[in-house]
Ligand binder design. Structure first.
Ligand code: F6P
Length: 532
């Protein structure tokens, strides 16, 4: 089936996207769901390719695998775990049975505790030694940082709680710059770590504790923890009442819907946080019920598979025309690349095709003045995933939002249409003549026929934001199923961690460089000579 897909991708190389576009195609190559529209008509995918991709979903057993995920089967086989982040937003509370026990009472109980704590912080009933909490610092990395950091920024118009800050990097510059201006007596530190062993997080947490201890008698009283490892949170000195636990069936990069979302909950309050969960729940329900061709996550995934494994485009750009989604590309880098960046399939064999793509991006319109040059005229084709809301929050600046929308749609149009040599010549005919006209015009040619998809939504409310993130989560799941990958482990991050641990005493000079390869040893020596 993969070879047929590759053949179809090859055949599509000469196909004109512009030539495909018709009202009928736009209607049938779009999916409406959850008040959003996903349009994939500006791609080279034709009905035959789509049928083939849908048949691949059947062959891969997508329906059964989806049922297995929601049904709490241990689909994360290499770690023998269920994958139940969807339970964290199952607000209607229908039973989710794992090992014959319903996980929902505990999930909803933890949510209620989080809400109680968030209210206490927001309303000044939980206080620091110096008074009400003015600042919250979330210390975490990867899934324990990217989700809440992205979400807090995305939902800034709803932010009416204390200031929220995020520290992730082990580079001391990060924590120093964040803590520097804060008042320790009025700061709450949240240590977010599923395992509570991650070196970056534990190092930053210790630094924060020492910083607080200089001015606060009982620093632990201004710490909260979000983790699956409650023995470790108590060893760190954090009282149980401020520990919000979750289970190993929530993957780190899928975890912001539960305790890892505490900083967001404190920022926007329980009502908006529930709306965010409800949005994701609506997308879950859609994903579970809609037939594949009308299923937004499935079709977003198939567009991705078409571009990567079908047409051979190794990267995809995510381009939100929404400044507040500026951290979405970074979030998706972890979600997609940590989930599907794998070369061995579930059965332990080499993958038959390329793994998931390189994901990158920036918000528009900023990207337009940076890397769009390559997207329009470079030799590589980069499928672009645009997204934009119909409405912004800045009621006093409607013309700016219209300009934003116009730019978003124009970029997709320009990528599709391009500009021919004759059109380019017409633009500069009065400036150049003869060979010089030809030479100059060639620089102004846009090959066009570059694929893009478009996601439209009404406005970036908490509910819509929840839908968008859940859409991408399920997209990753579907792509993983087609590739035969376990999207829920991340063994590829381990080796670097082990080597860093072993290198630390070498960098500090406690151990020599013997046994290290010549390149690494020389690099260490250079750094030591220069101050390390
Ligand atoms: O929440 P933890 O356990 O500190 O892990 C942080 C991140 O580290 C990783 O394990 C990768 O090293 C991610 O999967 C995870 O989100």
């Amino acid at each position: 089936m993969w070879s047929d897909l590759a053949r179809m991708g090859k055949e599509a190389e000469g196909r004109s996207i512009k030539g495909l576009i018709s009202p009928e195609r736009v209607a049938t190559f779009s999916v409406d769901a959850c008040d959003m529209r996903f349009d994939y008509s500006k791609t080279t995918m034709d009905p035959a390719a789509r049928d083939h991709l849908l048949a691949m979903c059947d062959k891969a057993g997508l329906e059964d695998k989806r049922r297995a995920m929601f049904g709490a089967e241990p689909i994360n086989e290499t770690e023998n775990r269920a994958v139940l982040h969807t339970a964290l937003r199952n607000l209607d509370g229908g039973a989710v049975m794992l090992d014959e026990r319903d996980v929902m009472p505990k999930v909803l109980g933890t949510l209620a505790r989080m809400e109680g704590f968030a209210r206490a912080v927001r309303e000044g009933n939980f206080r620091g030694e110096g008074g009400t909490i003015t600042d919250v610092v979330n210390i975490g990395i990867g899934g324990s940082d990217l989700g809440p950091a992205m979400a807090t920024l995305a939902l800034a118009p709803y932010h009416d709680g204390p200031n929220c800050h995020f520290v992730s990097n082990v580079d001391g510059a990060h924590i120093a710059d964040v803590l520097g201006p804060l008042d320790p007596t009025r700061t709450l530190i949240i240590v977010a770590s599923k395992t509570f062993t991650t070196i970056e997080t534990m190092t930053n947490a210790a630094t924060a504790k020492a910083w607080m201890a200089e001015r606060v008698r009982d620093p632990s009283a201004q710490f909260a923890a979000l983790s699956t490892a409650q023995d470790k949170t108590s060893a760190f000195g954090i009282a149980e009442t401020r520990v919000f636990g979750f289970e190993d069936w929530v993957g780190g990069r899928y975890s912001m819907w539960g305790p890892i979302g505490l900083s967001l909950l404190i920022a926007i309050g329980p009502e908006a946080f529930r709306a965010f969960l409800r949005g994701a729940e609506a997308m879950d329900n859609h994903f579970r019920a809609a037939e594949p061709a009308q299923n937004m996550p499935v079709m977003l995934a198939l567009a991705g598979i078409w571009h990567n494994q079908g047409c051979g485009h190794a990267t995809r750009a995510v381009l939100p025309y929404e400044q507040r989604l500026s951290r979405l590309p970074a979030y998706l880098q972890q979600l997609e690349m940590e989930s599907n960046g794998k070369r061995v399939s579930m059965d332990g064999k080499d993958l038959a095709v390329d793994s998931g793509p390189v994901v990158w991006g920036e918000p528009g319109t900023n990207g337009q003045h940076a890397f769009y040059q390559l997207i329009h005229q470079g030799t590589r084709v980069v499928p672009c995933e645009f997204m934009v809301g119909a409405e912004g929050f800045e009621e006093e600046l409607p013309h700016q939002h219209r300009l934003l929308i116009a730019n978003c749609l124009a970029q997709a149009e320009a990528l599709m249409k391009g500009r021919t040599l004759d059109e380019a010549k017409d633009l500069i005919r009065d400036q150049f003549k003869g060979d010089e006209l030809e030479r100059q015009a060639r620089h102004r040619v846009f090959p066009g026929n570059r694929p893009s998809t478009m996601l439209l939504y009404p406005k970036l409310t908490p509910e819509t934001f929840g839908k968008i993130v859940a859409l991408y989560e399920h997209r990753v799941f579907v792509e993983g199923v087609l590739l035969g990958i376990n999207s829920f482990d991340q063994w590829g991050v381990e080796l670097g961690k082990e080597l860093a641990k072993a290198l630390e005493p070498v960098v500090s000079g406690e151990q020599g460089t013997d046994g290290k390869d010549a390149s690494t040893a020389t690099l260490v020596e250079w750094l030591q000579k220069n101050g390390a």
